[in-house]
Write a protein that binds this ligand. Structure first.
Ligand SMILES: Nc1nc2c(c(=O)[nH]1)N[C@H]1C(S)=C(S)[C@@H](COP(=O)(O)O)O[C@H]1N2
Ligand SMILES: [Mo]
Length: 260
């Protein structure tokens, strides 16, 4: 929590410095004409560059909103109820038999029930979801911090990416490459706003939005945020999954890093 506060503070600080830098560069033609003026300007520029690097760094937080900003209707997109028979059976029984599998390059592979996931460190956030199709909605999400989950599983030294395997087949293709999957790197996996959400807008995550567990990755576009997560696999390379580009939509031409 304290590192998070530091990051927010750092965000504000760097914004303020950028602001100062811009302000002082505003009417600066006279100052720049003197040698002390030039050295001041140079140090301001150096500060601005440093501030921008901090501000735009991968660890910066996505904006968070107030309850009053919540979208009255949050659009559901892509799969809204996976056909998979095993999934349908789990859903029919309120996901009491659901187990999230964590394996791959971890010291302690695990199968976790929803109560077990709810007992791990959680975070709640109100954020804006941006879909590549051009719509946005603001929603409130609560879930287990992916970083805490990975820490409890213990990453092996060669771990580099986290692959999310989903229950839904979005495209019927005989070679099995139509199953929804996604991947992110460890920087994003340990970002403080990266959570596996089991609640949305104060209630249990609805089926259309990815029940029982979906990724929230607030610095990237909507298609990165895998719904209906069945299994998390920690890997060194995502080359062997789907058609090798790191995700269902990436295999169909979208960017792997969909930063916003
Ligand atoms: N498993 C799975 N995850 C998915 C999708 C999907 O079809 N299947 N669609 C993606 C896209 S394009 C978007 S915009 C969001 C939609 O999330 P929502 O239904 O909560 O709006 O989920 C993403 N995650
Ligand atoms: Mo999307």
């Amino acid at each position: 929590m304290s590192t998070e506060k530091n990051m927010i503070r750092r965000g504000f600080l760097s914004q303020a410095i950028v602001g100062l830098g811009l302000l002082s560069l505003g009417g600066c033609s006279k100052i720049a004409a003197t040698s002390w003026g030039r050295s001041i300007l140079h140090s301001v520029e150096a500060l601005t560059r440093r501030a921008q690097r901090l501000f735009f760094s991968r660890s910066a937080l996505a904006p968070e909103f107030a309850e009053s900003d919540l979208s009255p209707v949050f659009k559901a997109n892509g799969t809204q109820s996976p056909d998979d028979a095993h999934f349908q059976a789990l859903a029919a029984n309120n996901f009491v038999d659901y187990r999230l599998e964590i394996d791959g390059l971890v010291e302690r592979p695990a199968k976790l029930s929803l109560p077990e996931l709810r007992a791990l460190p959680a975070r709640e956030q109100i954020t804006r979801h941006d879909c590549v199709e051009g719509w946005s909605c603001i929603g409130k999400w609560k879930g287990v911090k992916l970083g805490a989950l990975l820490d409890s599983a213990g990453l092996k030294r060669n771990a580099r990416y986290v692959v999310f395997h989903c229950f839904d087949v979005l495209e019927k293709s005989p070679d099995g490459t139509g199953i929804y999957y996604e991947s992110i790197d460890l920087v994003d996996a340990f970002h403080p706003q990266t959570i596996l959400a089991y609640e949305m807008n104060g209630v249990t995550l609805p089926l259309a939005h990815g029940a029982p567990l979906r990724l929230r990755l607030e610095r990237q576009l909507g298609y990165k945020m895998a719904k209906y997560i069945r299994r998390i696999e920690v890997v060194e390379s995502f080359a062997g999954f789907g058609r090798g580009n790191g995700g269902f939509w990436e295999d169909r031409g979208y960017e792997w890093y969909a930063g916003i």
